[in-house]
Design a protein around this ligand. Structure first.
Ligand code: SF4
Length: 230
């Protein structure tokens, strides 16, 4: 199906209808990758609550916050569903850490991208292998970069449709929905963390700071992205 046909078919749907219709259009070939952040918990809730045939997967980089593992555990218990966990290749991690140390990402952008590549991008590509539709919790107002996206796209590089169910939601919309539906979420969100990634590369933001300012804060220029969505 072409992007414009898919767009026409789904544009008048609610979020839940879009998820269900896509799960029927791409049976067995649709995946949601969750970072276990608060936006992604909304989508996980909608998929699991409605028993949709959508694979839910997450990347364990080996450097996540303990609170993120709490979310993973609490979510599995709450919904009684499976979340596929993808780890990096241990030989690549061993080589990088042995040669460059455990904190190489602070030393240069190149090193940081190498670490994100090994711990995130390669496992992600493994998760996406054979999939035709990829769901992500990206919202437009998370950054200027993300503002340029659309709620439904075709990624030529990865040869996959991408659907952002919460594209037009604000952070307040997300937190309200999570509270109203008693959805498990990362307790760090209550301490000023908005976008939560790996522990050494994430910090809380101050009022008025950009949403992604707490990620790789020592890098001043360029988009705050790890390569998952580029
Ligand atoms: S966010 Fe930091 S620790 Fe995590 S993969 Fe990227 S550079 Fe490595």
């Amino acid at each position: 199906m072409k992007l414009n046909e898919l767009n026409d078919q789904l544009s008048d749907n609610s979020i839940e209808e879009r998820l269900e219709n896509l799960s029927n259009i791409f049976p067995g070939k649709i995946i949601f990758t969750t970072s276990l952040g608060i936006e992604d918990q909304v989508i996980t809730h909608l998929i699991f609550k409605n028993n949709l045939n959508i694979k839910v997967a997450t990347l364990d980089t080996g450097r996540l916050f303990p609170q993120t593992y709490d979310v993973l555990s609490n979510t599995i218990i709450r919904y009684g569903k499976k979340i596929d966990v993808y780890f990096p290749d241990y030989e690549d991690v061993e080589k990088m850490v042995t040669e460059k140390g455990p904190l190489s990402f602070y030393k240069s952008v190149e090193n940081r991208k190498e670490c994100c590549g090994i711990r995130k991008v390669v496992p992600l590509n493994r998760a996406l292998n054979g999939m035709e539709c990829w769901i992500s919790g990206i919202r437009a107002d998370q950054s200027d970069n993300r503002h340029q996206l659309d709620w439904l796209e075709f990624d030529e590089n990865k040869n996959i449709y991408k659907f952002y169910p919460l594209f037009n939601w604000s952070f307040d919309d997300v937190t309200r929905f999570v509270k109203e539906n008693n959805i498990p979420y990362n307790s760090l969100h209550d301490k000023g963390f908005v976008s939560i990634g790996c522990e050494p590369c994430t910090r809380a933001i101050k009022p008025g700071e950009d949403f992604r300012a707490g990620r790789w804060w020592w890098e001043n220029d360029g988009p705050k992205e790890c390569g998952l969505h580029s």
